[in-house]
Design a protein around this ligand. Structure first.
Ligand code: FE2
Length: 197
């Protein structure tokens, strides 16, 4: 099974600035994703993207929503069409005339799987947040106190344990941090703070 997208252009430049409303995006998420854990993952990544866009990139509300929307829908086709991940959601957003930058961010969230290189900061942060978010959430579930009192060093210890969240590829995490140009510690601390809400 190959997930390679084998294409380089996403969406139509004439659609720049076109987004789904929050209601439309949530409807799509609910229609396509029945798995509650996957929905939670996508909502967590969406919240991280929105928060980073606001606090670190200084984007206005419209800009924040573009980042949030990419996070909210990046795995939308994984639940029902895993063999078509992430081709299906890309084609859906293209059919809905969505901004090409949002579509491209989704297309590049797994460069080692889909063969599309993250280019913009939005692309790179989506890739960076994706797997670390899940690993940190898995860690919160095994702690009796959840996120309360969670520390950076605890997360880093889990990262070194190959058996913990074994499906999360440590090399990919390192690769994502390099591409984003953000220190691993900074991203982990940011995720702990935002996911603990
Ligand atoms: Fe994901």
């Amino acid at each position: 099974m190959s997930l390679l997208l084998n294409r380089s252009v996403f969406g139509n430049p004439e659609n720049a600035g076109n987004v789904l409303s929050k209601e439309e995006a949530t409807q799509l998420l609910n229609d396509w994703v029945k798995n509650e854990r996957l929905q939670l993952h996508m909502k967590q990544v969406a919240h991280l993207m929105k928060s980073w866009a606001a606090e670190q990139e200084g984007l206005d509300e419209a800009g924040q929503w573009r980042w949030e929307m990419a996070g909210l829908l990046h795995d939308a086709d994984w639940d029902q069409w895993p063999e078509q991940h992430c081709k299906k959601i890309i084609e859906e957003l293209e059919a809905r005339n969505i901004d090409p930058e949002i579509i491209r961010a989704i297309a590049s969230h797994g460069p080692n799987h889909f063969g599309i290189e993250p280019e913009t900061k939005m692309d790179k942060m989506l890739f960076a947040f994706d797997e670390l978010s899940g690993l940190i959430h898995a860690y919160s579930l095994m702690r009796p106190e959840g996120y309360a009192g969670m520390e950076l060093k605890g997360v880093k210890k889990r990262l070194k344990e190959k058996s913990f969240a074994a499906n999360v590829n440590r090399e990919e995490i390192a690769d994502a941090m390099n591409r984003a140009g953000v220190e691993l510690d900074v991203i982990i601390a940011f995720i702990i703070e935002k996911q603990a809400r």
